[in-house]
Design a protein around this ligand. Structure first.
Ligand code: CA
Length: 254
């Protein structure tokens, strides 16, 4: 853990200097974390398997090949970006707005035919400890559903507040652009080195790293760890359970 934090400071010498000037024990491997930004799908909810089946099935039926693994690899892209990637690859042309709307509607219908996604195993244990340690809890998601807050507060009562959520409605550019995480920092009134990002997807990790925030990958899906580490994740846990188990230890450095 200490090594990962030292590597983060080494990559951001300007932050290190700023923190040192404020008395932070930078060289002792301390990261003064005040807030944590959680991604939603694949971190708070175990919804990715349903997304993967829905995307893959609907696109294949439309004539666009897409494996379930590719859904995990592209998690976080907008519907437009995902479908455009598929039409370019298979048909060598850009998609159209009508096509995107059509496929996206079918995908949503397929996804909604599944029962509501369960909570990710281990996440509530982690949130309970994070809250007890006095850190701010923030949600940063590419989702824009109107029922977002209700869904969060009914599944995880007592952890989330409306003013501490960044959804697709708050930003122009979604992940992998850093904008959602920069918006999260702004809402918490924190600097990048005072926060953590928790992500399960390669593009989400890329967004967190681009926002210059210490980014923890929780590999809750079928992808290889390297896929997440290659995007620059500062630390990786094989599950949210493993993350929750390590929290008290991590706190020594935060
Ligand atoms: Ca995710």
């Amino acid at each position: 853990m200490k090594e990962a934090i030292l590597a983060y400071w080494a990559k951001h010498p300007d932050f290190a200097e700023e923190a040192r000037a404020e008395g932070v024990d930078v060289d002792g491997g301390h990261l003064p974390v005040k807030g944590i930004m959680f991604d939603m799908d694949g971190v708070l909810f175990d919804s990715m398997p349903y997304h993967a089946i829905s995307w893959s099935r609907v696109c294949n039926e439309y004539g666009l090949a897409m494996t379930e693994e590719e859904v995990f690899l592209n998690e976080g892209r907008t519907g437009f970006s995902t479908i455009n990637w598929l039409t370019m690859r298979q048909w060598g042309r850009e998609t159209t707005e009508e096509e995107v709307e059509h496929i996206y509607q079918l995908k949503c219908k397929a996804f909604n035919s599944f029962p509501p996604a369960p909570k990710m195993h281990g996440t509530e244990e982690l949130l309970t400890q994070v809250k007890a340690s006095g850190k701010i809890i923030m949600v940063v998601t590419g989702s824009g559903q109107a029922s977002l807050l209700t869904r969060l507060t009914s599944n995880y009562p007592g952890f989330f507040k409306e003013e501490l959520i960044v959804s697709s409605r708050d930003v122009v550019h979604g992940k992998p652009n850093p904008e959602p995480y920069l918006m999260g920092l702004k809402k918490m009134n924190l600097r990048p080195w005072e926060a953590l990002v928790v992500e399960n997807a390669p593009l989400g990790v890329r967004a967190g790293v681009a926002a210059e925030v210490f980014t923890i990958a929780a590999n809750t899906g079928p992808l290889k760890d390297e896929v997440l580490l290659n995007e620059g994740a500062n630390l990786l846990f094989p599950s949210m359970d493993a993350f929750a188990d390590q929290w008290q230890k991590l706190l020594f450095n935060f």
